[in-house]
Design a binder for this molecule. Structure first.
Ligand SMILES: O=C(O)CCC(=O)C(=O)O
Length: 301
């Protein structure tokens, strides 16, 4: 993989986010997330793992024309952007090293579990921004769940892993640090957003309430390779129809925690449920006959 190293001067913290390493105390990372809305974990994955992920996804990316969906207004998703989903069926490295990364799960436990029995994956996709793609509109991921967004609790944690060049020219994600605390009505100004530049293998982790957006790719021939992953409160509908994209045959081969995160398990009731009905509740149930038929793929807990 040909990657242009970033000059160290461009690694300044002008984006307002702190840099940590993967074995930083997860309480500290959760604190930074709550304080700034985002944080960069440097070297979340090593170079060999990044290369393996990239290689496993490459045939799927090569077979896809840029643009999200025919007949769809691509100005948000990017008409020169390649988004591939169903990643758990396409890359075992995605599951083993990214979805189940202990640091990411430790952060999600701290931020999301206080409000749910369990969280699950909302979406994972390549966001490969090609030359000429304009900057994406700044937004909050939480706007997917407009009513819940007003509850004032953390709904989602998003991660953007750099699989290659991730500098301002190639379309690094732009963020407004601290904007997760703003009233939703406050106007958003593009001039306040700063690109988060990272080395391959590093990851931007941010709350669903943080204002952000993909950058413009102003280069002639480089591609901004970001690998998106989001963990969501289990009582909210994921953005991607995750289990459908994976199928029972693949699900049966996955570790139990992966099946739980990928919609191949029912959801636990909240641990602190005071009401007996709430404590007995099982969301995302499966009829006993279906459970038998899918034995080995759907995990009943
Ligand atoms: O690609 C990026 O940097 C951000 C993408 C994003 O926020 C989105 O597509 O919702």
């Amino acid at each position: 993989m040909q990657v242009t190293p970033l000059p160290s001067s461009t690694l300044a913290r002008s984006d307002g986010l702190e840099r940590v390493v993967p074995d930083t105390d997860p309480d500290k990372i959760a604190h930074l997330l709550r304080r700034d809305g985002g944080v960069v974990i440097e070297e979340l994955l090593d170079a060999a793992t990044v290369a393996r992920l990239d290689a496993e996804l490459a045939p799927h990316v090569a077979a896809r024309r840029p643009g999200f969906k025919d007949g769809h207004d691509d100005s948000f998703y990017g008409s020169a952007t390649v988004r591939i989903q169903g990643l758990a069926a396409k890359s075992s490295t995605f599951v083993e090293r990214y979805l189940l990364h202990p640091t990411l799960l430790a952060i999600a436990d701290r931020i999301l579990l206080p409000h749910c029995g369990d969280y699950w994956m909302s979406q994972a996709e390549t966001i490969f921004i090609h030359s000429g793609n304009p900057a994406q509109e700044l937004h909050r991921d939480d706007c997917n769940w407009g009513v819940a967004q007003r509850l004032g609790i953390d709904l989602q944690i998003s991660v953007l892993l750099a699989l290659g060049d991730y500098d301002a020219d190639v379309g690094a994600t732009r963020v407004i640090a601290g904007s997760h605390t703003w009233p939703l009505e406050r106007p958003i100004d593009d001039a306040d957003a700063t690109p988060v530049e990272m080395e391959p293998g590093s990851a931007l982790v941010y709350l669903g309430s943080l204002v952000h957006g993909g950058g413009a790719n102003r280069t002639a021939d480089r591609v901004r390779k970001g690998l998106y992953l989001a963990y969501l409160q289990g009582w909210l509908t994921p953005e991607e129809a995750v289990p459908v994209g994976i199928g029972p045959e693949v699900a049966a081969t996955l570790p139990q925690r992966a099946r739980e995160l990928l919609g191949w398990a029912n959801l636990r009731p909240p641990e602190n449920a005071a009401d007996p009905a709430e404590a007995a509740l099982q969301l995302w149930q499966l009829d006993a006959a279906d459970l038998e038929r899918l034995s080995g793929s759907f995990h009943h807990r």
